[in-house]
Write a protein of this length. Structure first.
Length: 247
């Protein structure tokens, strides 16, 4: 199981290319972005990726003040999508996460997802985000995300299973059951401590062995670490690698 550094959260005091080098030095296998590549010169980013050998798991469409615009405006989202596809193509990203935004309309969001699936062959991710973290976010429950997956029924439309959000909404036991049940529909998984989105380390996450075992058995091969660090990233990576090796 590989570990990916979310560079929207980790090493955020550094320029983007330097974050990639920091992720490599900390022992990560890959990186994932929020919407930085669309607003950052890509030459240094491409150079850092080549120098470190790290791949890009996924990147987001534009977030901004509304945390995305897919559910808000078809016209604005069209530009966001074009920029995300261009960045994903240039950087070799494995998937594009369509950020829905605060508020919005269901039919606008469905149209945005349909547009994204038509414009790129890249897998498209949708992520239910808990109200505790983002009040009013358009995709605010796992049930809503499942309904969209069923309605569009497209093989490249996948679920971003963020443990922090899902377990906050559903509870640990139910979230583990959902992870197992939804395995065929999960395109990426992200990890952080439930209580405060902190470091995902064994002594602070008693559910972590069961969670990683379930993820492994579900066929998940890459876990993205999207958390607010208090420990050195190298320490967190080392502890997770030891736990994974012992499963």
């Amino acid at each position: 199981m590989k570990l990916s550094a979310n560079l929207g959260f980790l090493f955020s005091d550094l320029p983007l290319a330097a974050r990639i080098h920091a992720a490599h030095q900390a022992g990560f296998d890959a990186v994932e972005f929020h919407d930085q590549p669309q607003s950052t010169p890509q030459g240094p980013v491409l150079q850092a990726l080549a120098q470190t050998g790290l791949g890009v798991i996924a990147l987001n469409t534009h977030m901004g003040a509304t945390l995305g615009r897919a559910a808000l405006s078809q016209a604005e989202f069209a530009g966001d999508l074009d920029a995300a596809i261009a960045a994903a193509t240039a950087l070799g990203a494995g998937a594009i996460h369509i950020t829905a935004g605060i508020g919005g309309q269901p039919e606008v969001y469905l149209a945005a997802l349909t547009r994204a699936l038509a414009q790129t062959q890249c897998p498209i991710l949708i992520e239910p985000i808990c109200p505790q973290a983002m009040p009013g976010y358009h995709l605010g429950s796992l049930a809503q995300a499942e309904a969209i997956l069923a309605q569009l029924a497209h093989p490249r439309l996948k679920l971003m299973f963020d443990w922090y959000h899902i377990a906050t909404m559903e509870g640990v036991a139910a979230a583990l059951a959902h992870l197992e049940r939804l395995a065929p529909y999960i395109g990426h998984m992200q990890l952080a401590r439930i209580q405060d989105r902190g470091d995902p380390v064994p002594d602070q996450m008693p559910e972590l062995p069961a969670l990683l075992r379930c993820a492994r058995d579900a066929g998940i091969r890459v876990v993205g670490l999207e958390y607010r660090p208090t420990l050195p990233a190298k320490t967190t990576v080392a502890q997770l690698r030891s736990l994974i090796a012992a499963l």
